[in-house]
Design a protein around this ligand. Structure first.
Ligand code: PMP
Length: 416
């Protein structure tokens, strides 16, 4: 992302005021929330929308002919229209609601995988993947006898596209990869990877969990076959996410779970399925969560993805400048074409200790393997500290992080 002189700006004070949690104090200090890559915070209008849904509109969806059920169904399906339009889908029916990215990927690996993947087939993923784009494929491979191949990662934290080309010679059935790395912030060249994969006859699944919060997504432009997102990383509630896929593809796939809502007819002899997307939405869905998710996407759209990108580009550039000047700090991942997430090691302080001491100053960062064990293995480390910035973070919070690091050095290493 680059800072564009003409890019729309963002009124940070007014924006932060919309997030009640940001005015909290933690351990006697103003909260500095640098863990949005794990889960973002929610603005009042998302909380209010869910509150209004429960107070005024709640009933089960798709079933009743009474007024409340009609209103709840309209709110739920309205969110589907918002998310479809946000992702550039052809129609709302191409959006399947899930609990999040993890469930969306499991749905594809389980449903599409059970029909189209067999013994001896190859599945390509990358060493950069979050466990949620690893384990569902391992389960599928175990069930079917398929083989998983892994695209290598360069020392700079980029996908090695020559290695991808080599693996594509094996004519895999699918290439599943992340749009943006949750540990490194790397923005992968999705359209290019999709082009190469499709030329080799493979479908493509893109894990968009870390991209959709920051970038305007257009699935048609990306050209992929599946795109998965999580609402809670984009100012929405937990437990609501989505899978996008083209209607023809969804129609070819068998149901993922059975139950109410997903059937057309049930007899003792057998059942037939509802049309997509309902075929994949068995049981009472997370109605309030989905309604809140829709409101979150409207919120981000109203703030403007251009304004968000410009603000985050500024924070990213500033954080890079400050963090690269901290003695003893090793930053992982690329310096360019990245989102506002920074993984690092600092002196020989364990990331968990670092996180604990920063927390004493109200600074929330993440420590651990970030569900990226294979990537950590690749870099020969167990864990990193990770600071992730979002639209509501400020340059001052970068400074507070850097000051906090200096304090941690004093405490742990007696460096003054
Ligand atoms: N993929 C990536 C890149 C992620 O960062 C995450 C969340 N940390 C997930 C998938 C899983 O998302 P969820 O837990 O919302 O299903």
């Amino acid at each position: 992302m680059t800072t564009d002189m003409l890019a729309p700006s963002l009124d940070l004070t007014a924006l932060r005021a919309q997030f009640p949690i940001l005015s909290r104090e933690i351990n006697g200090h103003p909260l500095v929330f640098l863990d949005s890559a794990a889960s973002s915070q929610r603005p009042l209008r998302v909380l209010d929308r869910m509150d209004r849904y429960y107070r005024e509109q709640h009933a089960n969806v798709h079933r009743g002919a009474h007024q409340l059920s009609v209103e709840a169904t309209e709110a739920f399906e309205g969110a589907r229209r918002i998310i479809a339009s946000h992702l550039g889908a052809n129609e709302p029916a191409e959006i399947v609601f899930t609990r999040g990215t993890t469930e969306a990927i499991n749905l594809v690996a389980s449903s599409w995988g059970s029909k189209f993947v067999g013994a001896g087939d190859e599945i390509v993923i990358t060493k950069m993947e979050h466990h949620s784009n690893f384990v569902p494929w391992q389960l599928l491979a175990e069930r079917t006898g398929a083989t998983i191949r892994f695209v290598d990662v360069t020392p700079d934290g980029l996908l090695d596209l020559d290695d991808l080309d080599r693996l594509l010679l094996g004519r895999p059935k699918i290439v599943a990869f992340m749009h943006v790395s949750n540990s490194l912030g790397t923005i992968n060249p999705v359209a290019e990877i999709v082009r190469r994969a499709q030329a080799a006859g493979a479908l493509t699944l893109v894990d968009g969990a870390q991209a959709a919060p920051h970038l305007k997504i257009d699935v048609a432009e990306l050209g992929c076959d599946f795109y998965a997102i999580s609402g809670h990383k984009m100012c929405g509630p937990t437990g609501a996410g989505a899978l996008w896929a083209r209607r023809e593809l969804l129609e070819q796939m068998p149901p993922y779970q059975g139950g109410g809502e997903m059937i057309s007819e049930v007899t003792m002899a057998g059942s037939t399925w509802a049309a997509v997307p309902h075929k994949f939405e068995a049981g009472t869905p997370n109605i309030a969560g989905v309604v809140g998710f829709g409101e979150a996407v409207r919120f981000l759209t109203d703030v403007g993805f251009d304004a968000i990108a410009a603000h985050e580009a500024e924070i990213t550039a500033y954080a890079l400048e400050r963090l690269t000047n901290v003695d003893g700090l090793t930053l992982y991942g690329p310096r360019e074409n990245k989102t506002s997430v920074f993984s690092f090691s600092y002196l020989d302080i364990h990331p968990h200790d670092l996180s604990t001491i920063l927390d004493q100053r109200g600074i929330a960062i993440r420590a651990g393997n970030h569900c990226n064990q294979p990537l950590m293995d690749h870099f020969g480390i167990n864990a990193t500290a990770r600071a992730s910035f979002y639209l509501y973070n400020s340059r001052e919070e970068v400074d507070m992080l850097v000051d906090g690091l200096a304090m941690a050095a004093k405490v742990f290493c007696h460096i003054s």
